[in-house]
Design a protein around this ligand. Structure first.
Ligand code: UD1
Length: 434
């Protein structure tokens, strides 16, 4: 193993010993990218909303802190969260929280809609590139809000929001959600075109409809929102996490195992599953579960280009790259959603992958045998992908900066162990791959 700087004392690491074939069943948790927005949407009404199937992950805990900072009372146990927003007084998301989790900015829409003001620290860049919020802000300004930025904050104020007709420059997930959450209580009928169609947006619409919103078109590229005067608290169950499901399916496939993920409708992963089939992975779909099995020796090349839903999810691009690294042939992976999402490639190369990056294209020469090494997780999905690579690498892989994985995967190593993987968390002390 190539030497790297020693881990900081107490820094959690994951140790993955490769070579085990995974088998069995794993239940996916509630979707991170839905739960966070539902929590934000609970701010639209005064009173207590109840959310079920909420994943206990770091990002959810951070959003809990954001809501508590605003004055909400949040209780979270055994996957059920209650959010009482009756005493919300502050309208500020401080830098410390936004910088920890960018999705904190999603409180902006609901706060402006209900209280007429929001002051949110500017998220700035992140490991995935600059990630602008211009579409969110332009839409809010068109609705009649005054948008100012100073001292690193964006301040949005409005005595009253009014309906708009807007064609989004890009079907941004976050902007669609911001504008939806603002439009539900704006005066008149808002039409948003070229919106994101992700299943998590549909989940948000369902929750807001049960809160009293009048929304049509969820899941299509045009949303119509008739503004209502008031929203009420509601109860909702978060949909399953399709990205977690996809991560486990790839984990099963790279090890030549046979696994079943439950709690997910295969339909939300249509294109992803069709790409797995093209590689040679056998997929069996049921209403609420997906089985994957296959022989890595027979896997072949497939080209992948990430796109907004229903395209190939950018959040599964890194995991797919691991599968393509061991499949025979040369594949091209094109990243169209984020400017800088190949940051993990150098780490994957440390494990033996053969990948050449040119702009937003990565040329993956497959058929490689991976070998364990020390790697660092540059972001959430890349971290999960490196753990998956460790499952198939010869020997032991030590993952550093695993807090990225903890942001978005509930009981990650416990679930992998349940499938037969040899994964353990090294907290402090001298345990390591050496
Ligand atoms: C969400 C997901 C993230 C996923 C992404 C794309 C959450 C918490 N995160 O992120 O996991 O990878 O969708 O499926 O739900 N853009 C602009 N202007 C804007 C907004 C976005 O130019 O106002 C650009 C971004 O810079 C980026 C692209 O649009 O290049 C996609 O961003 P967006 O769809 O908004 O993703 P997020 O909501 O940030």
């Amino acid at each position: 193993m190539t030497a790297r700087t020693a881990a900081r004392p107490g820094e959690p690491r994951l140790l993955v010993r490769g070579g085990r074939r995974l088998s069995g069943q794993v239940a996916v948790s509630g979707a991170k990218n839905s739960a966070l927005k539902l929590m934000a949407a609970s701010l639209l009404a005064s009173g207590t909303s109840v959310l079920h199937n909420v994943p206990d992950i770091q990002d959810v805990r951070t959003m809990q802190e954001v809501l508590e900072h605003l004055g909400a009372v949040v209780d979270f146990a055994d996957g059920t969260m209650t959010v009482d927003t009756s005493a919300v007084q502050s309208h500020v998301a401080p830098y410390e929280l936004v910088q920890r989790m960018r999705a904190s900015i999603q409180i902006m829409g609901p706060l402006v809609a209900r209280f007429g003001e929001a002051r949110v620290a500017m998220p700035g860049g992140c490991n995935l590139g600059p990630r602008k919020i211009d579409i969110h802000l332009r839409g809010l300004a068109d609705m009649g809000a005054k948008v100012r930025s100073d001292h690193g904050f964006v301040e949005v104020t409005a005595a009253k929001l009014h309906a708009i007709d807007m064609f989004l420059d890009y079907p941004s997930v976050g902007a669609t959600e911001s504008l939806l959450m603002a439009a539900v209580m704006a005066e008149g009928t808002t039409t948003l075109e070229n919106v994101a169609r992700e299943p998590e947006i549909v989940d948000l619409c369902k929750f807001m409809v049960s809160m009293g919103a009048d929304i049509t078109g969820a899941g299509s590229s045009t949303l119509k929102v008739n503004g209502v005067r008031e929203m009420q608290p509601a109860e909702h169950t978060v949909l399953g996490d399709r990205i977690e499901a996809g991560t486990f399916l790839i984990a099963g496939a790279v090890t030549g195992g046979e696994i079943e993920v439950t709690g997910i409708s295969p339909h939300v992963l249509d294109l992803f599953l069709s790409k797995l089939r093209s590689v040679g992975v056998q997929i069996a779909e049921n209403t609420r579960s997906i089985k994957a099995s296959g022989d890595p020796a027979s896997y072949t090349t497939v080209d992948v280009a990430t796109l907004p839903y229903p395209g190939f999810p950018t959040d599964l691009q890194a995991q797919m790259m691991v599968l393509l690294s061991i499949a025979g042939g040369v594949s091209v992976v094109t990243e169209n959603v984020f400017e800088n999402r190949f940051g993990f490639v150098d780490e994957l190369i440390r494990l033996g992958a053969d990948i050449r990056v040119d702009g937003n294209h990565a040329v993956v020469t497959g058929g490689r045998s991976l070998t364990g090494a020390i790697v660092r997780c540059p972001d959430l999905r890349a971290g999960a992908a490196l753990a998956v690579a460790g499952l198939v690498a010869e020997g032991c892989t030590e993952l550093r900066e695993v807090y990225h994985i903890d942001r978005g995967y509930e009981r990650f190593e416990e679930k992998l162990r349940g499938l037969g993987a040899e994964v353990e968390r090294a907290g402090s002390g001298f345990d390591s791959c050496a």
